[in-house]
Every structure is written in structure tokens, then in C-alpha cells.
Ligand binder design. Structure first.
Ligand SMILES: Cc1cc2nc3c(=O)[nH]c(=O)nc-3n(C[C@H](O)[C@H](O)[C@H](O)COP(=O)(O)OP(=O)(O)OC[C@H]3O[C@@H](n4cnc5c(N)ncnc54)[C@H](O)[C@@H]3O)c2cc1C
Length: 98
């Protein structure tokens, strides 16, 4: 197995600076501060805590799939999915800026 890694085993300013850049779409954190460019990658930002998924982690996804399986039927209990977006929910620009 070969591991290609831009940085070393610890953070260093010169390598980290390669992550500098400007975010052109949505406002985001400073790009060279929100990612780690050394062994372990961005898990170094949060110490790599992991845990198994909960039963209901995919519940919103499963529900929307169920709702979209009959998009033209009125569905009791799912009325909110038929409502238009509130003004603050309207997406004017996608993440990639298109
Ligand atoms: C503050 C913070 C908290 C987070 N908390 C959580 C959390 O609680 N739970 C969770 O699941 N996720 C969390 N995340 C997200 C998670 O860390 C990232 O989604 C994940 O690390 C992305 O993995 P990746 O392999 O795509 O990229 P990265 O982990 O960023 O790894 C990319 C690797 O490639 C290397 N690299 C970059 N360019 C080159 C190059 N040109 N040549 C060779 N190597 C290169 C980098 O040095 C780095 O090691 C958090 C992120 C941040 C910033």
C-alpha cells in the first residue's frame, strides 16, 4: 500500500499555507483553517472521534424517498412537504456557484 501525503506527521505552516484560497460560492470558514494538511487530514481538526450511526440517522432521507415515491398524491401527515419554501429557504446559488 502506498500513502501519498502532502504534509508530514505534524502540522507545519508552510504546507498548511497550500490550502489558502478564496471561497467563491457560499460563505465558509477560512480555507486554510478549516482543513488540516498533514498525516490524518482534517480529522486532526476534531481529534477523530467516531461512533456508529444511530437507527434514526437516515430517517429524514427515508421519509423524503417515501414522499417522493407518490409526488402527485396528497399524503396525510406529510403536508409540509407540499408547501412552497419560505423566503429564507429559497436557494439562490448552489454550493458550486452555478
Ligand atoms: C473543525 C472540524 C470538525 C469536524 N468534525 C467532524 C465530526 O465530528 N465528525 C465527522 O464525521 N466529520 C467531521 N469533520 C469533517 C471531517 O473531518 C472531513 O469530512 C474528513 O476529514 C474529510 O476527509 P477527506 O479524506 O476527504 O479529507 P481530509 O481529511 O482533509 O484529508 C485530505 C488529505 O490529503 C492530503 N492532501 C491534500 N492535498 C494533497 C496533495 N496535493 N497531495 C497529497 N496529499 C494531499 C492532506 O494533507 C490530507 O491528509 C470535521 C471537520 C472540521 C474542519
Amino acid at each position: 500500500m502506498t500513502l501519498l501525503e502532502s504534509g508530514g506527521r505534524a502540522d507545519d505552516a508552510a504546507t498548511q499555507s497550500l490550502y489558502r484560497g478564496a471561497s467563491m460560492a457560499q460563505k465558509y470558514f477560512q480555507l486554510d483553517a478549516a482543513r488540516s494538511r498533514y498525516f490524518g487530514g482534517s480529522t486532526n481538526c476534531w481529534m477523530g472521534f467516531c461512533r456508529p450511526l444511530d437507527e434514526d440517522d437516515f430517517e429524514p432521507f427515508s421519509r423524503i424517498v417515501e414522499v417522493l415515491s407518490s409526488p402527485y398524491d396528497e399524503q396525510r401527515g406529510n403536508e409540509r412537504y407540499a408547501e412552497p419554501p419560505r423566503p429564507d429557504q429559497i436557494v439562490h446559488e448552489t454550493f458550486c456557484g452555478t
